[in-house]
Design a protein around this ligand. Sequence first.
Ligand code: NBP
Length: 468
Amino acid sequence: MEQSSLGLIGLAVMGENLALNIERHGFSVSVYNRTAERTRQLVEGRARGKRIRPTYDIREFVESLERPRRIFLMVQAGRPVDEVLAQLRPHLAAGDIVMDGGNSFFKDTDRRSAELAEAGIQYFGVGVSGGEAGALNGPCIMPGGPREAYPLIEPILTSIAAQTPDGPCCAYIGPRSAGHYVKMVHNGCEYAIMQLIAEAYDLLRSACRLSVPQLAELFAEWNRGELNSYLIEITAKVLERVDEETGQPLVDLILDQAGQKGTGKWTSQDALDLGVVIPNIDAALWGRNISALKGERVAAAKLLTGPDLPAEALDSGFVATMREALYAGMVISYAQAMALLRTASREYAYDLDLAEIARIWKGGCIIRARLLDLIQAAFRRDPSLANLLVAPECAAILARTQASLRRAVQAAVGLGIPVPGLGAALAYFDSYRRERLPVNLIQAQRDFFGAHTYQRIDRPGTFHTEWE
Ligand code: NBP
């Protein structure tokens, strides 16, 4: 039997759709899944008549592939990846390529790359974004691994990726875990933007008294302008949806309790390790974590009071204020994500091309947005840009929108509506743009109680004062 161009292990939502995408682009695929029933269902269902070959044990799977073998893993991140690698390894030969397309922790990818390199196996950590629809129709793909092996997988990855006028949404990211790192930060940025959108929805609803259908129309309108992005687009669609049984907006019936999986948390944890400030991603995490305390919040709502919402809705001008505030918050969130990538590139020797990352994020992925055109242009013009906020196009946006961001935060504070994301964006902006911060006082306090010493602004050297 003819050997397959590629093998794919893991046929849950992502793996099944990726297999169909790969086959549609002219590559034959062998598939394997731990639970054989899933494999059977795929080949008897959506894959019927396609060049998708079912296999039911790992050896048969590996032997069905052209050499060097190209194997894509799409299993749950964590231990399952190690278990599958342990099963695969005795059957692989030097030069074979294994790509982990899941949301693996980047340090696990570094460890696996080093272990497999000892056997001459070329290991890629491949970030894949776009969810189920992206996997089928064209995701954004962020591959990291040995550069010399990249040409062996490039034709497949670039053809199955989302396509934009600026090229396929797939590019070599860097060595070792670079691809998984960039995917992790992508997810952190996704958290930050979702939090900002939720806050805008909350404020418009509570303060402007907009109904859910009005909000659906408003987000659809916003999506036609500078806020144009996948997350704004799906927000309009979510708000439009009516529950068939009750006739109410479905969003009103959804429990206000969110969890958070690995990637968002890892982004904040690594940013702390690297000393990079990403308060919008941090705020999105704690926004979800506090939502999880539903029982406590219900009890606290009976005891803790805040300001009453005014009898009158805020004037309609606030809607435009909110649009600008959201745009400012989005720019500031991307600035934090890019600043983290910039530092990680240096610390982990990834040699990231930030303009190219902005380019591939323009299609297929969850954070695709018109704004990425500006971000791409800014980093293309100046690859060593210290922070996106000081790129002329972004500085101009913030000069125009910051008054709205301030007004939105002020309104929220006055009304007692929590805006951790908008507040974090404003505090980041104000901190970054201030020449002098009150940390001189903190340095003096540290020297007072711990003799930590300080530096002076008027002469070089290290100083200590006997404060008492
Ligand atoms: P899941 O993350 O739910 O993983 C299910 C797959 O892992 C099944 O094929 C399952 O096999 C397999 N698996 C498990 Br669980 N333990 C295994 C083991 N010990 N050995 C072998 N196989 C094992 O699937 P998914 O939602 O399709 O996501 C796949 C990867 O892609 C994940 O890393 C995810 O984080 C990432 N991702 C997901 C999305 C998304 O929108 N869902 C988007 C982007 C990235 P079984 O059938 O035998 O149980």
